[in-house]
Design a protein around this ligand. Structure first.
Ligand code: ATR
Length: 523
């Protein structure tokens, strides 16, 4: 039987997803930790009203218990602790869900409490006691012991899901199914992760009660989940109704993605290819980085998957629009609201933001951030990334922007003051950071603020790196401020990208050197 997890970002989207999924699923799992502001009553009613036969599982994992996949990283956990989780599962019982899923780790007291509530309500809701191991697959004997611990509570189903680090790990969970079938609770067991596909495909044929699958490529609640159509293909294959081997099985042996691209428009002036190629060469990685001027960012994402490209930098104007095409977005990028880095994990595109780290590493080298005030000029993606890092480190940003509306929207989001650009001279703060493009080559004689405005600042930073010393920085130096160049931010954000792509520490000194040489040549 197929269970489709609902992991949508909003309740409205979840209601749509329920509507679509019920047509294909035997079970719907409402992942209340992933559905943003999910309304359990509405969601359960949506299943009941339209598809009476589809069974409902209500699950609510704490953040540390949720496998990072699909939208699993997009929404902050709805529950912070066991108490909140139990309250939500109690609500599910009151509302007549068919199953609730509770982790063995929540302990005897919580599980017994929920069981007795189920009994009080006439036993309509049944219990799944689950064990998830997000790191590895323990030995078979250990898993058998865990199964016995779960089974002691006499649940309807025991669910034991581990992470495959090797293909052989699949054999362990498959063997567990054979063992568990001798006892009374139903068993669901398989491995998650890129190497766990085999157990996901075979487990139903050994008697695993449910298979978790998604409708489309999106909406995974755990890594390695197949689509409903892929699971159907497996069934046909095992039943001898399909001759050709399956794409998911083939993909286990697919060669690793290679090479890197910059996606933006325009990209002609970018120094990223120079910097990244120098670093890759020094790191002994025989791959290259090239720039592509893109019209259609959605098409470019298909290209990344299709051409098996390992990673991409994303620049203006796609840092926000690209987000809708990604499979995972990490918490920092999600909060900032922009992605500048993509990692291709065998066809799953994961988004990150390294701009904020670039700003932070530059600032931290010069000053302490805690309790300092920062005027951020601009209200775009870079301003947001800078403000995010500053707040995270205990500093206080103030937004200054040319367009009032945009500046106010950002300051409301950050809960910080806003000033129109024309009033920048009135503000007193420790550091000023320019995140606008004012002063960038060829507009070398322009600065976003008047020179005299800078007199009170101890530090002035520009995110522009071409020219090396912008008019803003030259003015600031004359006013006695310490100046922080955009080159450092550029190098750090690029180095963080390389770390994400390769897992290795990049040669930052060399990267800075090649950029400085080129900029000095440009003059
Ligand atoms: P990014 O994502 O790189 O930060 P962006 O989202 O286009 O780029 O944001 C650029 C910021 O620079 C905006 O806040 C913009 O101000 P407006 O909100 O008024 O458009 C600011 N900016 C760009 N050109 C400017 C100029 N000539 N004078 C003042 N601010 C400017």
């Amino acid at each position: 039987m197929i269970c489709i997890p609902i992991t949508s970002r909003t309740n409205k989207e979840a209601l749509h997803a329920v509507e679509r999924s019920c047509r294909f699923a035997d079970f719907i799992e409402l992942r209340m930790d992933l559905i943003g502001e999910g309304n359990l009553d509405q969601l359960i009613s949506a299943v009941r009203n339209n598809y009476g036969l589809v069974k409902i599982i209500v699950t609510c994992r704490k953040k540390e218990e949720a496998a990072r996949a699909g939208s699993a990283v997009r929404v902050k956990s709805a529950v912070q602790n066991t108490r909140e989780k139990i309250a939500l599962l109690q609500e599910a019982i009151e509302l007549g869900a068919d199953f609730i899923d509770i982790e063995l780790a929540e302990g005897q007291k919580a599980i017994k409490e929920l069981k007795s509530l189920c009994a009080k309500r006439g036993g309509k809701t049944k219990i799944i006691v689950s064990y998830h191991n997000l790191k590895e697959t323990p030995a078979l004997n250990r898993l058998k012991e865990i199964f016995r611990q779960c089974a002691k509570f006499k649940p309807a189903i025991v669910k034991i899901v581990t992470t495959a680090k090797t293909v052989e790990d699949n054999l362990i969970t498959l063997n567990l199914i054979s063992y568990a079938r001798k006892s009374s609770p139903e068993i669901i067991s398989f491995c998650m992760g890129d190497k766990g596909g085999i157990s996901r495909a075979i487990a139903p044929f050994l008697g695993s009660y449910l298979s978790f699958a998604t409708l489309g490529k999106e909406g995974q609640s755990a890594p390695g989940q197949y689509t409903v159509s892929e699971m159907d293909q497996f069934r046909d294959w095992f039943n001898g109704r399909r001759k050709t081997p399956l794409a998911p099985v083939l993909s286990l042996g697919r060669s690793l993605p290679k090479n890197y691209v910059l996606l933006g428009n325009p990209v002609g002036q970018s120094l990223s290819p120079l910097m990244h190629n120098a670093a890759l060469q020094k790191m002994g990685i025989e791959e290259n980085y090239s720039a592509f001027c893109v019209q259609d960012i959605g098409g470019a994402m298909d290209g990344l998957r299709g051409m098996n490209i390992r990673g991409a930098s994303v620049t203006i104007p796609f840092k926000v629009p690209v987000m809708q095409y990604l499979d995972d977005i990490d918490d920092d990028a999600l909060e900032i609201g922009a992605v500048n880095t993509i990692v291709n994990n065998n066809g799953r595109l994961n988004g990150y933001n390294t701009d904020w780290l670039g700003v932070m590493l530059t600032l931290k080298k010069a000053m302490t951030i805690r309790n300092k005030t920062f005027v951020i000029v601009g209200a775009g993606g870079t301003a947001q990334a800078a403000a995010y890092g500053i707040i995270k480190e205990g500093g206080f940003p103030l937004i200054v922007n040319r367009t009032m509306e945009k500046g106010k929207i950002l300051s409301r989001k950050l809960n910080c003051p806003f000033y129109p650009l024309s009033e920048a001279g009135r503000i007193k703060a420790d550091c000023l950071i320019n995140t606008t493009s004012v002063g960038m080559n060829p507009q070398r004689d322009k600065s976003p603020v008047a020179a005299e405005t800078l007199a009170g600042y101890k530090y002035v930073m520009d995110v522009i790196y071409n020219p090396l010393k912008t008019k803003l920085l030259a003015d600031a130096e004359k006013q006695g401020c310490k100046i922080l160049s955009g080159v450092d931010m550029f190098v750090h954000q690029g180095a963080q990208q390389l770390r994400l792509w390769t897992g290795k520490e990049p040669p930052r000194t060399l990267m800075k050197k090649v950029i400085l040489e080129r900029l000095t040549k440009i003059g």
